[in-house]
Design a protein. Structure first.
Length: 71
């Protein structure tokens, strides 16, 4: 019984993973087309942070309360 439940959940998770990947790829493609300079700047900022993450401010943190609000 546990095996069947686990298998069902695994199949559902795989389907959701495919859907989420497709949605992300579409989002990423549109973002790169509409705001290429910002994407390039973000990628550079991330690469710099990734080289030395310890002791560096987290690039995912913000003090701007409106930063996560869509415009």
């Amino acid at each position: 019984m546990t095996g069947n439940s686990l298998l069902r959940k695994l199949v559902e998770a795989m389907t959701q993973a495919v859907e989420h990947r497709r949605a992300f790829d579409e989002f990423d493609q549109n973002l790169r087309a509409e705001r290429p300079q910002e994407v390039e700047a973000w990628e550079k900022e991330y690469e710099e942070w990734d080289r030395e993450p310890k002791g560096s401010p987290c690039i995912f943190d913000t003090t701007d309360p409106g930063a996560c609000v869509p415009t």
